[in-house]
Design a protein. Structure first.
Lengths: 426, 538
């Protein structure tokens, strides 16, 4: 049964605190949100986007195990040894990079899936332009200013930011951790999200601390302004309150500072569990631009392995925490990167900018598995060979909006500026 | 809270004279430090720089004009674009409009300030001899008062006090105009001592009897030609109290002998001599200058090593202002690293400084209506941040320059801080527009002023050194580079992505996608930089 329908059917005066984690349905029923046109206002579903900035090398992430000799031929200096790659239950043709142990486990538990060869027609090979395309959801040859999630939030909250925060939506519509608010969250006119620009700032806010600069004249002035800026941010209080409701999180996370992505996701889990009604979270991790020396001589180690290990460990810890905090049914996550990399490795032990690449999605409520087939590795590969597209990235967005947030198909088409078939990820 | 002490003295500064020092001086003595001005002064010596700031002769700016005809009112006497300071008719219909014109004009004087200290000092004296246009009401009085402040801005303080005492706007504002022998009004007599000269510091002990005596000395001054352009204060002997005036022990029990007829006016000069014999006058003004130009807290060491010697110079020079400022701005104390960045920008510094530092171009005199309108937008912006030039909260001026313990921290509140950021965001998004004329930041043009905008490290370093008075943590700069300019790309090897995008924009400006990419990144970078608390400091 659809959660939203369940809510509708059972909403009258029933209080199910555990279900909504402290927000009684009665209180919710009293708000205009329930009468709003969008189901998305009523449910408690959350999307977490993980940006892998720099262009992740898809072929060494999700390995086409069924074409092993072609794969080793195309990448003689960086291919991963057959006996080291991670097997996937029920999908013998495909394997994960050895650094993805946590994600392999999630896959085998049915909590993580892969969509193969995601891209768009006429792929762009510039980081900035390609990132803009992924973030705005535009065609390759169109320049759009607003982000796809920003337009989604604008559709649901068309009045924003006038009279926000309000009783119906007291919380930020979207939160980005670890950067300034990105194009993803840019609405047609306003930024629809807020940024917690660095995790340290978040803990300072929650603990009410500021930098201790006070031993200089400028420092004591700065301390005062920082304190005042914490107090005055219109959402600072709700964020602080939400965080304070969650004193304990899963021990699965690495120590603070060891894995920046895990640090960001830890904050996201805490805020979701703390009761924020925020719909979209965006976190990011960089350095995927592996032009040179992406592996050591032992190709299971080196730059790319470290990056993937970081992602895998962070997602693994995050999923454990969601379970620990009993919010695992409410959250769906998805990775994206501006492009994949070339099929053939280059002479400096790296890979150059490419086209299509796999996308990971995860959560308790998703449909796990592998969608699409392994990219075909040509037996005699050239530097011009790219992974051809199987799924348009906007099909994934369509699936999330339509099947996760239950947005009407017609509005989804408007938001994404086109009609894209859904993919069975949720 | 412990007050961080800076112990350097007024000895001549002989350290480096490079961009950071020039910037520090200009941020304090101008509204914002423009790159062009920093470069100009960095190529000269400290001595010549200070000489230019203090001693350049400047003409009086062209007076404010009629920009205010609208569908409800047309000024029959003053043509659009012509100045209204010659007007003979003041009415309820034009008074408010001319006051707005005056405020916009004054803001324009700040925007267009020359490489001199004058405009900053006009604001200093406006805060010191605070008057409110709401109370003075008559726009001609208001304009003339402002011109008086500008005339004496770097002149003789004692002469300035005399001129302000008999200035029409002040006579109106503090009731000097109503001060007669029959019904003395003590308002000005009190503020003259409490706020304008001896102050209320620990060394000031004037009494209530002194207030009364001063009020009686001042009887007779009134406003002449109230509704005409040559309005001024005059001495009207018939209203003057001709009896003797006894002052207290603070003023050595001196008596000002009552004078008859026109001679009565001379009592004012005698009284100013008496007041200015008190060393406390020089200390009070030097403390105020220190709070305006250096730092809000004055500890014992500062009082002894900075205030007292400056006050001595002030007295030795017969209350000429320039020697005091010259000493201060040439001192080790002023350039001490501990004193840089220690002031929170006033709203006027914040708003006007932004326009000047980014070289925002306003419409010229030929589009006076739009020009005044856009100057007015900036003036109103500063007003919304709680500094409405022409209308300080009361006769004491703005609390930021006198109210313990907050002083300039009082500029920052839950109301004003978001407004400051909203303003910087706005100036990067749409700015302000009138009839197709726009004022806003052009981030690409601004970046082109820098030495190597294509190098993301140098770009951020140079922006940080222009926009901030204090050093940013290295991690913060790193974050700006990877998080904003490179969108998450890390490591030295990634820098070229920004370099390439910048170069491509220079080679092919018509590439819309790339232009948008570069522009948006610069906008995000500048928005972020100006949203940091460091941007509030100068």
């Amino acid at each position: 049964m659809k959660r939203r329908k369940f809510l509708r059917d059972t909403i009258t005066g029933v209080v199910l605190p555990s279900f909504l984690h402290g927000i009684s349905l009665k209180a919710l029923a009293g708000t205009p949100a329930v009468h709003a046109k969008h189901a998305v206002l009523n449910d408690d579903r959350v999307l977490v986007l993980i940006q892998l900035a720099g262009g992740n090398d898809g072929i060494n992430t999700v390995i086409p195990f069924d074409q092993y000799s072609a794969y080793t031929a195309a990448r003689p200096n960086i291919f991963l040894p057959q006996e080291k790659v991670l097997k996937l239950n029920g999908f013998d043709a495909t394997a994960f990079n050895p650094a993805l142990a946590n994600m392999q486990q999630l896959f085998n538990e049915g909590k993580l899936g892969v969509v193969q060869a995601v891209s768009y027609p006429k792929p762009n090979f510039s980081h900035f332009r390609a990132t803009d395309i992924w973030m705005t959801g535009s065609d390759s040859d169109k320049v759009v200013s607003s982000g796809w999630a920003g337009r989604f939030l604008h559709d649901v909250f068309p009045q924003f930011p006038d009279n926000f925060p309000n009783e119906a939506m007291p919380d930020p519509l979207a939160i980005q951790v670890g950067s300034v608010v990105s194009t993803v969250l840019q609405g047609p006119l306003f930024t629809m999200g807020m940024a917690i620009s660095n995790p340290a700032g978040f803990y300072k806010l929650v603990e009410g601390k500021v930098n201790v600069n006070a031993n200089s004249r400028w420092g004591e002035q700065l301390d005062y302004i920082e304190l005042m800026s914490q107090k005055t941010d219109q959402y600072a209080t709700v964020i602080k309150n939400a965080a304070q409701k969650v004193p304990t999180q899963s021990p699965a996370y690495p120590a603070a500072g060891k894995n920046p992505l895990a640090d960001q996701l830890k904050i996201v889990a805490r805020l979701i569990a703390g009761g924020l009604k925020t719909k979209v979270y965006l976190v990011s991790t960089g350095s995927f631009d592996t032009h040179a020396k992406q592996t050591e001589t032992d190709t299971t180690t080196g730059t790319h392995a470290k990056l993937l290990q970081r992602v895998s460990e962070a997602i693994g810890a995050f999923m454990s925490d969601l379970q620990f905090l009993q919010i695992d049914n409410r959250v769906m996550g998805m990775t994206f990167s501006e492009f994949g990399r070339r099929i053939k490795s280059n002479a400096s032990g790296g890979t150059d900018h490419g086209a299509a690449a796999p996308v990971f999605y995860f959560g308790n409520s998703i449909k796990a598995g592998i969608i699409g087939s392994n990219p075909v590795i040509p037996s005699t590969v050239t530097v011009n060979d790219n992974v051809p597209m199987q799924y348009d990235f906007r099909s994934l967005y369509t699936s999330v909006l339509q099947n996760w947030f239950n947005m009407p198909a017609s509005e989804v088409q408007e938001i994404l500026m086109g009609n894209f078939a859904t993919v069975p990820i949720v | 809270m412990a007050i961080p002490s800076v112990t350097t003295s007024l000895k001549k500064y002989k350290g480096k004279w490079k961009e950071p020092e020039v910037k520090h001086l200009l941020k304090r003595t101008q509204f914002g430090a423009r790159k062009e001005d920093i470069d100009h002064f960095a190529s000269q010596s400290l001595r010549r720089t200070i000489h230019q700031l203090l001693y350049t002769e400047e003409p009086v700016p062209a007076p404010p004009v009629n920009n205010y005809n609208d569908d409800k009112y047309t000024d029959e006497e003053i043509q659009p674009g012509a100045t209204w300071i010659t007007a003979t008719k003041v009415s309820g219909m034009n008074s408010g409009r001319r006051r707005n014109s005056f405020k916009a004009w004054w803001l324009g004087c700040m925007i267009n300030q020359q490489r001199t200290l004058r405009e900053k000092m006009v604001l200093f004296w406006h805060n010191h001899f605070a008057t409110e246009t709401n109370t003075v009401d008559n726009p001609t009085f208001i304009y003339k008062h402002n011109i008086l402040l500008r005339q004496y801005a770097l002149g003789n303080f004692k002469a300035m006090v005399r001129a302000v005492t008999v200035d029409a706007a002040m006579l109106k504002y503090l009731n000097g105009n109503a001060n007669t022998k029959k019904a003395p009004d003590e308002n000005y007599g009190r503020e003259l001592q409490e706020l304008f000269t001896v102050g209320k510091g620990p060394g000031s002990h004037y009494t209530e009897a002194d207030v009364k005596a001063a009020a009686r000395v001042l009887t007779g001054f009134r406003i002449e030609n109230k509704s005409l352009p040559d309005v001024h204060g005059i001495f009207d002997a018939g209203r003057h109290d001709e009896r003797d005036k006894q002052f207290s022990a603070f003023y050595n029990n001196q008596v000002i002998k009552g004078r008859k007829g026109k001679e009565g006016e001379g009592e004012l000069d005698e009284m100013l001599d008496l007041i200015f014999q008190q060393d406390e006058v020089s200390r009070f003004i030097c403390r105020k200058l220190y709070r305006f130009f250096v730092y809000h807290q004055i500890d014992e060491a500062t009082e002894k090593t900075v205030i007292e010697p400056l006050a001595h110079i002030f007295r030795e020079n017969n209350y000429e202002i320039k020697p005091v400022l010259e000493k201060l701005f040439s001192s080790r104390h002023f350039y001490d690293l501990g004193n840089r960045g220690g002031i929170i920008k006033s709203p006027v510094d914040f708003a006007v400084g932004l326009c000047r530092e980014y070289d925002i171009v306003f419409p010229g005199d030929d589009s006076f209506a739009d020009q005044y309108g856009l100057w007015g937008n900036i003036q109103i912006t500063a007003s919304q941040m709680q500094q409405n030039i022409g209308d300080p909260p009361n006769v004491a001026g703005w609390p930021a320059w006198y109210q313990e313990p907050l002083y300039d921290k009082s500029w920052i509140s839950s109301d004003t801080l978001p407004k400051r950021t909203a303003f910087t965001d706005r100036m990067l998004n749409n700015g302000f527009a009138r009839n197709g004329k726009k004022i806003l930041i052009d981030p690409v043009q601004y970046a082109k002023l820098l030495s190597a905008p294509g190098d993301p490290n140098k770009l951020i370093d140079e922006l940080a050194s222009l926009l901030y008075a204090v050093e940013l943590p290295v991690e913060e700069k790193q974050y700006m580079k990877t998080g904003i300019l490179l969108q998450g790309l890390q490591g030295m090897a990634s820098d070229h992505y920004w370099t390439d995008a910048w170069a491509k924009l220079q080679e092919n400006p018509a590439d819309a996608a790339n232009a948008k990419n570069v522009t948006n990144k610069l906008k995000s970078l500048l928005k972020y930089m100006m949203s940091l608390p460091q941007y509030q400091l100068m």
